[in-house]
Design a binder for this molecule. Structure first.
Ligand SMILES: [Zn+2]
Length: 320
């Protein structure tokens, strides 16, 4: 049973908003596009794993996608967590292609593709850190249950190699198509958690999940004035829709869209890291002159707000 759905990572949404609103010839575009391409591939790899996990029996397997918790010292994010009455299982999902060679001497992974060789930090180490994080988190809530982890290679065609065939740690790495078999073979004697306890943990995890925040402009060293403001036409991507009676109209392709401002506000929150929106900022970003129309549009979006009527500011309602 899926307790927390997998959603398009906030980082992908931020990268896309940024690319929508930077000039076509911006110097950082290529770097951002490459980064975005990798992140989409990673996300699709996670979805490939979800396909198999969907075949687990609903009862006894609680699935959390992209959960991010703090154990008091640091945050840890888990690609997929499976909670059962017997054990908790962390899945670290990797979408490497080509040939992967595990080098136990230096504890690193070397990927070989047509592009050449590339080194990666050991995902077993990464998963182990998440395990330690989760262990502490559970202990602080008086929950005692064995925690295991697996590194899942989401592309069936990836070739795995190592010098030490018997390295026990490699038992932890497997291709996506073997995941169900592996999980079902994880035998534990007696259940340690009853339904009530599982529900309590699920509730706590969802409540304490803290989505990642990232100031994307600072990350790419983009000055806010470089961002192209205005309302984007979803048909031709031109950024100059104008407000006309009950709708927005694109002067380029004549498309009408009464809700085009909603996407602009989404972009604003994504790019400015959920900083609150005043009537003035809303008008500046959407190229509106009338505070009255701005007010009406802002109210229609049912965003959470603070402040009195005159200097009210609006906040992002997204629970990312
Ligand atoms: Zn258009």
């Amino acid at each position: 049973m899926i307790i927390k759905e997998r959603t398009i990572p906030i980082r992908i949404q931020k990268n896309e908003a940024l690319l929508r609103r930077l000039p076509k010839d911006h110097i950082k575009r290529q770097e951002m596009e490459e980064d975005l391409r990798k992140r989409w591939a990673g996300y699709r790899g996670e979805q490939a794993v979800d396909y198999y996990l969907g075949k687990l029996p609903d009862k006894d397997f609680l699935i959390f996608h992209g959960i991010r918790l703090s154990n008091g010292e640091y945050f840890f994010q888990i690609d997929t967590l499976i909670l059962t009455p017997y054990f908790a299982l962390i899945l670290e999902i990797k979408n490497y292609s080509g040939t992967l060679y595990f080098d136990p001497t230096f504890n690193q992974w070397i990927q070989t593709t047509q592009m050449g060789e590339k080194g990666y930090p050991c995902p077993i180490e990464q998963a182990n850190q998440q395990k330690q994080g989760l262990k502490k988190w559970l202990e602080a809530r008086n929950i005692s249950i064995p925690i295991d982890f697996l590194v899942i290679i989401s592309k069936p065609s990836t070739i795995l190699k190592t010098a030490h065939v018997n390295t026990p740690i490699l038992q932890k790495v497997l291709h996506v198509q073997f995941i169900l078999d592996k999980i079902q073979k994880m035998k534990y004697k007696d259940p340690l958690l009853n339904t009530k306890e599982l529900k309590r943990i699920s509730r706590l995890m969802l409540k304490e999940h803290k989505p990642e925040t990232l100031d994307i402009l600072t990350f790419y060293k983009i000055h806010p004035t470089e961002i192209i403001t205005g309302v984007i036409c979803s048909n031709c991507m031109s950024i100059q829709m104008t407000k006309c009676y009950g709708s927005w109209i694109c002067p380029e392709c004549k498309q009408k869209d009464p809700h085009a401002h909603v996407r602009a506000v989404d972009d604003y929150f994504l790019l400015f890291n959920d900083s609150p929106l005043s009537n003035q900022k809303f008008r500046d970003f959407l190229h509106l002159t009338s505070p009255y129309i701005a007010n009406r549009l802002l109210l229609s979006m049912n965003l959470p707000f603070t402040g009195s009527r005159k200097d009210r500011i609006y906040h992002s309602s997204e629970t990312r």
